[in-house]
Design a protein around this ligand. Sequence first.
Ligand code: 5GP
Length: 189
Amino acid sequence: MRELEERIRRDGIVENGDVLKVDSFLNHQMDVELFAAMGREWARLFAGEGVNKILTIEASGIGIACIAAQQFGVPVVFAKKSRTKNIAGDVYRVQVPSFTHGGMSDVIVSKRFLGPGDRLLLIDDFLANGAALEGLLDLAEQAGAAVAGAGIAVEKAFQPGGARIRARGVRVESLARIKSMGSGHIEFC
Ligand code: 5GP
C-alpha cells in the first residue's frame, strides 16, 4: 500500500539494523486516517471471506484492529498479556516470546469470546520472526476457530516470519513489505 510505504519512508526510524520505529504514526501516536485506509485495504482483500471477528494481540495491534473492524462490521478480540497465573480452565493460553522486549509473555483469550463458529482475521502491526502471529494461530486452533488469514501492517520480509506462516498455508496480507533496511535507507519488496 503506497500510502503506508510513503509514511514509513518519511517518518520511520531504523534502530539497531532490524527494528523499525514507527511510533509517530502507528504504535504510540496513531494516525487514525491512515489506519482507516489500511482497514479499507484489508476489507477489500478479504471481501467475501466470511470474517466474523478480528483477533489481535495487546498492545500495538489493538488500535489498527479496531479501525479495521469498522470496515468489516465485526467485533475485535485482543489476546491479553497476562501476569496472573490463571489456573481456571476458562481461557485459551499460549506463550509468546517478545521481539521488542525479550522474555516470554503468557497470552490469554477468554473461552467466552472465541469458538468453533468463528472465522477470524488476525491483525498485527509487525511481522518479524512470526512468533506473535503463531501465538494467535495457536489460540485460534485451541478454540476450533477457522482463520481466513492475517492482515499485517509492516512485514520485515528479510526476517523469517512471513515465509514460516505462509508455509503453514495461512494467507498473509502485509500492507508494506520491507526487503531491506539500514540507517537512512528502507527498500520495499
Ligand atoms: P514477531 O513475533 O513476528 O517476531 O514480532 C512481532 C511483534 O514484535 C509485533 O507485534 C511488534 O509489536 C513487535 N515488532 C517486531 N519487529 C518490530 C519492529 O521492527 N518495530 C516495532 N515497533 N515493533 C516490532
